[in-house]
Ligand binder design. Structure first.
Ligand SMILES: [Zn+2]
Length: 417
């Protein structure tokens, strides 16, 4: 009843795209992918995939923020379309699968329907979105956020990388500043297949994940101002040790995240810790450090933030180390559509696959679409604890084919009227 996707063709496309921007990691010796958004490598990857869209007979358009879409016409032009997509840009030290699986998986769906001579009631639209990673211009989901209306295009155009080069200038330079309007008409549904980028599915021995939503993310940069002092001559009681204060904050973050007070799924990380002057025998006078908070529940996130601020104020008063902070990123939690999820899980069950309803720990283009239409995602497990944003990122050909088969069947089910 459903056509079978060609897992080998899918795998070959993933490997062919991974050659664009390929580099050899100097530490591991592994080959990774560097297609930072709107660089020459990204341009070459875009050209390759756009060419594949055209070869598959899709009506291709590039919009004003460089998002690239291909439409496969259905029988009923009056009905809203079914959409699938993801991104092909990467972090500077990326792998072959992040984003690409979703784009090339959607392309494989189209190729499969073409081979089978199958038409659908609704139009099917596939696409890739500009700068999902945010690794160059500092704002992730740039293209999909613009398409779905969260980010005004003038704001997106004006973003600059560390050399002052702007999004708009780079879109023009690489030939992907398209004429099509950037705001999309809401589709009937949006589905995205993506690698999990985490260890949960593999650890629990699941074939696939049905993604129920994306957790809220909040980032802060903290500046701790104490007093530099000689490590040998300054008695412990007379110090204003910014390093010690940073450590106490980190311990408090761990306590909060494991306390259960903010739900079982709170995560807290101090990923950056820069002491000044950064010397073995000097009490750090200043520390710049960061806090990354995650929570599936917006209210619990807000409580955790308020409690953290209270802790920081009390700690500053106690230690005499001044603590200031600024928020550097914030996204709210997103809940995906149970209607789309029910289609996804029904198809997984029909194949006898083991799956897990799972919350995404990372941000994805799908969360932008969730604001304008029924949306859900399919996760494919990765090896090596699901490591991602790393040349070791790897999902097996079988796992990729499984995910894309479910993507195909989900799109066909949703396209029925
Ligand atoms: Zn991604």
């Amino acid at each position: 009843m459903f056509p079978k996707i060609d897992g080998e063709r899918l795998w070959a496309s993933i490997q062919d795209l991974a050659k664009v921007g390929a580099y050899t990691d100097s530490v591991s010796g592994l080959v990774g992918v560097n297609r930072l958004a709107l660089t020459d490598a990204d341009r070459d990857g875009r050209r390759l995939v756009r060419g594949w869209f055209e070869a598959a007979g899709l009506e291709v358009r590039v919009d004003r923020i460089g998002n690239t879409y291909g439409v496969r016409r259905g029988r009923r032009r009056d009905l809203a379309r079914i959409m699938a997509g993801s991104h092909i840009d990467s972090v500077p030290t990326g792998g072959a699968f992040d984003g690409c699986l979703g784009v090339l998986g959607a392309l494989e769906v189209v190729r499969t329907l073409n081979d089978a001579g199958l038409s659908t009631d609704r139009d099917l639209e596939i696409g890739f979105f500009t700068d999902e990673e945010g690794a160059r211009f500092g704002t992730d989901m740039l293209g999909s956020a613009t398409a779905c209306g969260r980010l005004p295009i003038e704001t997106a155009y004006g973003l600059a990388d560390k050399d002052g080069t702007t999004v708009k200038g780079e879109l023009e330079r690489i030939g992907f500043l398209g004429p099509a309007p950037e705001r999309v008409t809401p589709p009937a549904a949006y589905v995205e297949c993506h690698v999990e980028q985490g260890p949960i599915l593999a650890t629990r021995g699941r074939d696939l994940g049905a993604v129920v939503g994306v957790q809220a993310i909040s980032w802060y940069e903290l500046t701790l101002e104490g007093k530099s002092a000689h490590a040998g001559t300054t008695p412990m009681g007379l110090r204003k040790d910014a390093g010690l204060v940073a450590s106490r904050i980190n311990v408090e973050l761990h306590r909060m995240a494991t306390s259960g007070v903010y739900g079982a799924e709170m995560r807290a990380t101090m990923g950056r810790f820069d002491p000044v002057p950064d010397r073995v025998n000097i009490v750090p006078g200043r520390v710049i450090c960061t806090v990354d908070l995650r929570n599936p529940d917006d209210a619990a996130m807000a409580r955790a933030e308020a409690d953290l601020f209270g802790f920081l104020k009390a700690l500053a008063a106690e230690t005499g180390v001044a603590i200031t902070w600024r928020q550097t990123a914030q996204t709210h939690s997103v809940k995906f559509s149970e209607v789309v999820l029910s289609v996804i899980t029904a198809r997984m069950e029909a194949h006898g696959l083991s799956y897990e309803r799972i919350l995404s720990g990372a941000g994805h283009d799908a969360q932008e679409f969730a604001a304008i239409c029924p949306t859900a995602m399919i996760f494919v497990p990765g090896l090596y604890d699901g490591i991602s944003h790393n040349p070791r990122e790897y999902s097996t050909p079988e796992a990729c084919a499984r995910g894309v088969q479910i993507l195909c069947e989900t799109m066909l089910e949703l396209s029925k009227t």
